[in-house]
Write a protein that binds this ligand. Structure first.
Ligand SMILES: *Cc1c(COP(=O)(O)O)cnc(C)c1O
Length: 408
């Protein structure tokens, strides 16, 4: 069912065999899955895509799982692409669209990557998975491991959103809360994985999460009738979604499904953790470790991304740019999007709204451009962050805030 030929290092182009477990290349670069796209082109026309299931697995011929029985799916993908007319009107742009990834299982687009990675783990005989996570990747891994009946070992910062901690516990994962950031969690997994027999599913340290996330790029093309938009706003932590979409565009062109035109890829980060924005502005090929990373957008709290050079390449090759947004602007934009469109976005997704405003204001984008904002998660996962905007009075004090009066 799959057309995988081999794995290839994104840094040094060394090949590795498919069908066996790999983490990084020996040079330290991330591995990408390669397919026999000529064979796919001959046997799977674009029009056949809609015969597949209403999930990201409709693209199975260009996903890595060979035996369909290994797929672990909770219905991820084929998320709505919503025309945000009222927001657009407010901003003076009439082609603003939101791809709402908050609808996915576990409330974020991490479901796509982990559905693919856990499915491949099943195919290759993994029994125990380990992940360092800023929050949502942990929730997704815990859910898919639970669905597959396999062990999940999770390392995340002590101050992750409450939703992530509770989900992981409810899904029966082994959870370790770490005094530190995702980078510290990653060191703990690396130190223990060999002795414990864990397969490390850290961002970009295995080749399959990217394949799941690339389906965001396939879907946006399919949903626009096999045309790409003029710009894509993506909130980048590790940058996997951006790298995956960029890979998907290249594969679709090789299949003859789209032409050479690419959207401007806009990398959005938090002002309190913006290593890729800094590297972009300084014209550097890679980012540097960001000290004291801090933001309510937990998915963006990644001080150094392994695939930073791939994100920077995609942004530069596409004629895009990189924008940092403050936490206050994110929360305001999140409330604005919710009020105008009825969509409650994660602060990461809301950051794209704030970034769009900036790029319309400074003329980088035209009001007629068709833009897609990726809302990567549901606002419901970030109640602590949003409660700053909507404090509730203590019992008996509600009338002061103009709220309900408790019956006496
Ligand atoms: C993980 C995450 C991101 C960042 O994703 P990357 O692919 O690591 O760049 C953005 N938003 C949310 C809600 C996330 O959970």
């Amino acid at each position: 069912m799959s057309y995988v030929t081999h794995l290839e290092c994104a840094a040094c182009a060394k090949h590795y065999a498919a069908g066996e477990l790999h983490n990084l290349c020996e040079c330290g670069g991330p591995l990408l899955v390669r397919y026999d796209l000529g064979a796919v082109k001959r046997s799977w026309p674009r029009d056949a895509v809609s015969d597949g299931p209403s999930s990201m697995w409709r693209y199975a011929p260009i996903l890595p799982v060979r035996d369909r029985s290994h797929i672990v799916s909770l219905g991820e993908g084929m998320t709505p692409l919503v025309h945000a007319r009222r927001l657009g009107k407010q901003l003076g742009a009439d082609q603003v669209w939101v791809k709402d990834e908050g609808i996915n299982p576990t409330g974020s687009f991490k479901a796509r990557g982990l559905s693919c990675a856990i499915s491949m783990g099943c195919e290759l005989g993994v029994r125990k998975f380990a992940i360092p996570s800023a929050g949502n990747a942990a929730s997704a891994m815990a859910a898919y491991a639970a669905a597959a009946g396999l062990e999940a070992h999770i390392f995340m910062p002590r101050d992750v959103p409450q939703s992530n901690y509770i989900e992981c516990k409810a899904f029966g994962a082994h959870v370790t809360l770490v005094e530190g950031l995702i980078s510290d969690c990653g060191k703990m997994v690396a130190a223990r994985k060999d002795a414990e027999g864990w397969f490390d599913v850290s961002t970009l340290k295995e080749p399959y999460r990217i394949e799941g996330k690339k389906t965001m790029g396939l879907e946006v093309a399919e949903q626009f009738g096999w045309e790409l938009p003029d710009a894509i706003f993506y909130p980048a932590g590790g940058g996997v979604g951006m790298i995956g979409m960029w890979k998907a565009f290249g594969e679709m062109e090789a299949l003859g499904w789209i032409g050479p035109k690419r959207p401007k890829m806009i990398c959005v980060q938090a002002a309190g953790c913006a290593p890729i924005v800094k590297a972009f502005e300084e014209g550097k090929p890679r980012s540097e470790f960001w000290d004291n990373a801090s933001t309510v957008a937990s998915g963006l709290r990644v001080p150094k991304a392994l695939g930073d050079f791939l994100v920077l390449n995609a942004v530069r090759e596409s004629g895009g740019t990189a924008v940092a947004v403050s936490d206050a602007d994110m929360l305001d934009a999140g409330v604005e999007l919710a009020t105008l469109e009825g969509m409650f976005a994660a602060p990461e997704g809301a950051a794209c709204v704030a970034a769009l405003k900036k790029l319309l204001r400074d003329g980088f984008l035209k009001p007629s451009d068709r833009v897609v904002l990726y809302n990567t998660g549901s606002g419901l996962k970030y109640l602590e962050a949003y409660s700053v905007r909507f404090p509730r009075a203590a019992a008996g004090e509600q009338d002061k805030l103009g709220g309900l009066i408790t019956p006496r």
